[in-house]
Design a protein around this ligand. Structure first.
Ligand code: SF4
Length: 285
């Protein structure tokens, strides 16, 4: 077990008896939509999926974009990318920007009374247009051949992320444009040599958010958390396929029980598994 993973977590659990608001991040709501069982295991029973390794290069790109947009925020003028794509807006100069961007400690929050969930998420950026509408902006980075887009099935998570932020700002009383933008940076791996430099092509992708699903998703997540029943697992999931495969190969290695016949009684003895198998089993589960 690494220092980054605690398999039996005792904090951040949902307690059905508690009257206190329960903080639910937009990423956990996404987990519920991807797999209600994993959500329940994580939020109610304290066993979450192991985290992936941090994407340090993506974080570096985010940090640099933030600095760049902050310069224009302070000056009150549009970033060249906004001009290039004809977006009539400027970075929103609100003193709460750092708070809204702080996904770990605060983010943009809203207490959803029907569920008593304190819904929260850390936004990358917010712009404002001349009509006073906020524009939610998300930075993404990758390195792939061809144009970046939002067409892959797995990018549903990106779209939901944008939509939850739009919803959160509306619930906080802001006018919010239906159109948000992804500032999508694509690292160019098609160079002669690395030369200690990775260059990016940056594309601004508009996305029209639809937030009508959020209310129902929150209610369904609450219904699941208060129940004592373990929900169904997602139909296809690499984690579960892995767990199942490991269980199968370990079970296949268990020695068969030996039936011992004596005059007095018949006993069934299960020999101790080979030491190697036992150790593997402990390490995996
Ligand atoms: S299918 Fe299994 S491992 Fe995958 S997300 Fe659901 S409970 Fe978790």
């Amino acid at each position: 077990m690494s220092q980054y993973y605690k398999p039996h977590r005792e904090y951040g659990l949902f307690d059905p008896k508690s009257k206190q608001p329960y903080k639910l991040s937009r990423s956990k709501l996404d987990l519920f939509l991807n797999c209600p069982r994993c959500f329940y295991l994580d939020r109610r029973l304290g066993v979450g999926q192991p985290p992936g390794f941090p994407f340090s290069l993506n974080s570096a790109v985010d940090a640099l974009l933030k600095k760049e947009f902050d310069l224009h925020r302070a000056a009150g003028n549009p970033h060249p990318l906004m001009k290039e794509y004809g977006v009539d807006a400027v970075p929103f100069g609100d003193p709460r920007m750092d708070e809204w961007r702080d996904s770990l400690r605060r983010g943009i929050q809203y207490l959803h009374r029907p569920t008593n969930f304190l819904v929260a998420g850390g936004v990358d950026d917010v712009w404002i247009n001349p009509r006073g509408e906020l524009i939610v902006v998300d930075y993404k980075s990758t390195s792939k051949n061809g144009e970046v887009n939002l067409d892959a099935d797995w990018q549903i998570g990106y779209k939901r992320q944008m939509e939850v932020y739009q919803w959160l700002f509306r619930q906080n009383g802001f006018k919010v444009s239906e159109i948000g933008y992804f500032v999508y940076c694509n690292g160019d791996a098609d160079k002669e040599a690395f030369d200690a430099k990775l260059e990016f092509n940056i594309k601004l992708i508009p996305y029209r958010g639809k937030t009508a699903w959020i209310e129902d998703a929150l209610l369904a997540a609450k219904k699941s958390l208060v129940s004592d029943d373990l929900p169904q697992a997602a139909a296809s999931c690499d984690f579960c396929a892995y767990r199942k495969a490991v269980t199968e190969v370990l079970q296949a290695r268990e020695p068969e029980p030996v039936v011992v016949m004596t005059a007095a009684k018949t006993a069934v003895k299960t020999p101790k598994p080979k030491k190697k198998a036992a150790v593997q089993s402990e390490a995996l589960f």
